[in-house]
Design a protein around this ligand. Sequence first.
Ligand code: PGA
Length: 296
Amino acid sequence: MHLTLRQLNIFQAVATHSSYTRAAEELHLTQPAVSMQIKQLEDNIGLPLFEQLGKTLFLTAAGEELIGYCERISQQLRDAEDAFENMKSLSSGKLSITVASTANYFAANLLAMFSQQHPDITIRLNVTNRENLLKDLKFNHCDLAIMGKPPAELDLVTTVFMENPLVVIAPINHPFCNASKIPLEAIAKEPMVVREQGSGTRFSIEKFFHNQGLSLNIAAEMTASEAIKQAVSAGLSLGIVSRHTIDLEIESNRLCILDVEHFPILRHWYLVHRKEKRLSPIAEAFQTFLLGNKHK
Ligand code: PGA
């Protein structure tokens, strides 16, 4: 069976007016064009849709059945139209965003502010490390991503929007807390807790020490900055994390940032999407919101 929306539209008009002539007038078609479309529709279905009794045109049982379907299809099309209008006016829609776990310390706040401006949108936030974030971009699982320096291999549109300094942290009673200009060699010798392989933070720490001709004394690796902070404040070792992750601990005097030569390692946060990605209105609005906000 091959029905077109056009045929259903014509059928609905004939049924509403009980007349081929009036349907033709309404649709700006000729009466024979309307009759031909109805004939094709009947041939397609294999049943008559109208019957002419005296001067009156009635729907057959098949016609009654089809009019019910037409009404439901029209309703669905109106619903689709409303949904698209809502998406255009940003009063609904889905924003799918993947952020590097370190970025979640500020991304969650930004998303909260954004959703206050657009209370009916749905946000899907995936918080993961750099390696998995790159998979999300590759397999088109997100509209936008927030990450450290993007790789050149993927075809990405990238905009830098904020600094991301990496700092060395220590428990507050550590002897290094009062020292200044601590040499890198001394830091490299100390046991250190760092993020897991696959994390962007880990990658840049290793690259930084390697470029200085040093390697780290890794005591433990952990998949979350939260765990690193707790391990460091409990006295396990020193740690290296993004400055963005330790606001609360610095305020409450649970950790100190060490004054180390060549530190902080200065990285940046980027807002990223695939070049061919057709951003939804809500994703574009978030992009404007994020890049329009001034960040330290
Ligand atoms: P991550 O993120 O260390 O949490 O993976 C930072 C980055 O993308 O560089």
